[in-house]
Design a protein around this ligand. Sequence first.
Ligand SMILES: Nc1ncnc2c1ncn2[C@@H]1O[C@H](COP(=O)(O)OP(=O)(O)O)[C@@H](O)[C@H]1O
Ligand SMILES: [Mg+2]
Length: 229
Amino acid sequence: MSEEAQKLAPRAEAEPAERRYTFSPDLVTLTEGRPGEAEAVRTIRTHVIARHLNDGRRGLAICGPKPGVGCTFTAANLAVAMSQVGVSTLLIDGNLRSPGLRDFIRPEEPIDIRRQAALGASPTENVHSEVLPNLSILYADGMMDIGEELLGGGGFRRLIDRCLRDYEFTIIDTPPTSDSSDALRVASIIGYALVVARTNITRIKDVEHLARDLQEDGARVIGAVLNQA
Ligand SMILES: Nc1ncnc2c1ncn2[C@@H]1O[C@H](COP(=O)(O)OP(=O)(O)O)[C@@H](O)[C@H]1O
Ligand SMILES: [Mg+2]
């Protein structure tokens, strides 16, 4: 068995009717082995509910200045944590060029690229509903070729508008801002951002720049997470 296959242990009880998923041990809100990290995510959840959701805001982009700070880790775990308290949650992989969500929650069947390509036209067709109770996911695999067109055009905005109507909470994992301007575009469309930094690695200057860029592009930064991986 490959190292990756070993890392992704199957969990039969989380199985929807027609699709099966494997969950990474790094999905600490689901697995029981890392209670300290799970508790930290639940603390973030408490703040997001109190300071964001309860004010009627339904969308949040998770943004980081560099690769590896833990954006996808935070997005995936926060989405699961929200779903666990009964919030109908949609988790979107906004990293169209290099999707990473499937490393945390992997569908056993390959993601259907043709349906993904129809995203702008019919977004909800591509959503994996009820991956876990109250948790749906929109993967980005196969979007690379049309990513620029999608992000630049009105397709992504239409998609987000639809998601904000259909789900109580929509959370978007974004690519590092050091690699492209995609995250800034995604965050400005959804309107709100949570910034992730990694202890002992991320420089304060980079967080400041990111927060400023987000605000300039019209996304309000609701807080920052210091990830101590
Ligand atoms: N708090 C954490 N505890 C354990 N592993 C973590 C933590 N944060 C991130 N990781 C791991 O570090 C790697 C990079 O994190 P990831 O979320 O993919 O970064 P990013 O999306 O910012 O590039 C992944 O393997 C992820 O599972
Ligand atoms: Mg990522």
